[in-house]
Design a protein around this ligand. Structure first.
Ligand code: SPV
Ligand code: MG
Length: 286
């Protein structure tokens, strides 16, 4: 299912960020066909920075809630795999156990730093990172889609380096390539796609180059675009506004029309089946 979403260059798919069960359920209800369990958004929702402060087991536990809260396939942001080939492989096995559909691993070093923060991002050695991918592929075979994420453009290492890394990661068994950019225009992403010639499907994260119309990605035969952090950012803005108003007004009357009703929330999480009298537990007959 996720393979169809992200590995088809015939149709552009969209993955929506989820950082907990509620955001997963909301994205599904809105019509998305796949989810991105974002490292940044999950870390942020727990009050951590996206700098390997969230542990791999905390990530796995949140993914468990995301998977359980919708029927959608979930591509998990596995950062660099939280260490070497062994840590990456363990993470992938645990994610498969919790029902994830895929994992994206980036060629960063531990501890990682979010791609949009600071300069001087350090890339992993190509052979060492290829070993991480190969170890994951050997462990989970086709049961998890394996996306290799290239940070060469983020690290300012240029297009040639990005393309040669993409070939190395394809040879190591990746199912798709995620090429990341922090530019405000899609030019370097599109240059990558032209040079890459679709040896493997391409996934993008248009967080910074959000003004580019998706028709451009369709024309470039990009397989999937990830809206990587928008529910988390929407929640942050809404929570801040509500908190400020309640502090100022010492009353919630004015915000009531602008927030989800409790009935909305109950409906989203299917309280109706619990509320029925016949929902009482009936033990099986002896
Ligand atoms: C994430 O959502 O955690 C990502 C995308 O990895 S980014 O924040 O752009 O690095
Ligand atoms: Mg991330």
């Amino acid at each position: 299912m996720l393979r169809a979403e992200i590995c088809s260059s015939r149709e552009l798919s969209f993955l929506m960020e989820a950082h907990d069960g509620l955001s997963a359920a909301i994205a599904e209800r809105a019509g998305f066909k796949g989810l991105w369990a974002s490292g940044l958004s999950i870390a942020c929702s727990l009050g951590y920075r996206d700098a390997s402060e969230l542990s791999w087991s905390q990530l796995v536990d949140v993914v468990d809630r995301i998977v359980d809260s919708s029927k959608l396939p979930v591509l998990v942001d596995g950062d660099g795999g939280f260490g070497n080939f062994n840590n990456a492989r363990l993470l992938a096995r645990m994610l498969r156990q919790r029902g994830a559909a895929g994992v994206a691993l980036e060629d960063s070093c531990f501890p990682k730093m979010n791609s949009f923060v600071g300069e001087g991002h350090v890339l992993a050695d190509v052979d060492e990172f290829s070993g991480r991918l190969r170890a994951v592929k050997d462990a989970v075979t086709d049961e998890l889609v394996l996306v290799a994420r290239i940070e060469a453009l983020i690290a300012g290492r240029g297009m040639e380096e990005a393309i040669s890394r993409a070939h190395a990661y394809a040879n190591a068994g990746a199912d798709a390539i995620l090429i990341h950019s922090r530019r405000s225009a899609a030019d370097e992403i599109l240059a990558f796609v032209r040079a890459w010639q679709n040896r493997l499907p391409v996934v993008i994260v248009p967080t910074k180059y959000y003004r580019t119309p998706v028709a451009v990605y369709r024309k470039a035969r990009i397989s999937a675009a990830i809206w990587a952090n928008h529910s988390m950012r929407a929640a942050a803005a809404a929570m801040r506004q509500v908190c400020r108003r309640i502090v100022a007004e010492e009353n919630t009357a004015s915000i009531e029309p602008n927030i989800a009703t409790l009935d909305d929330v109950f409906e989203l999480l299917k309280y109706d089946e619990l509320a029925r009298a016949e929902a009482r537990y009936l033990p099986p007959p002896d």
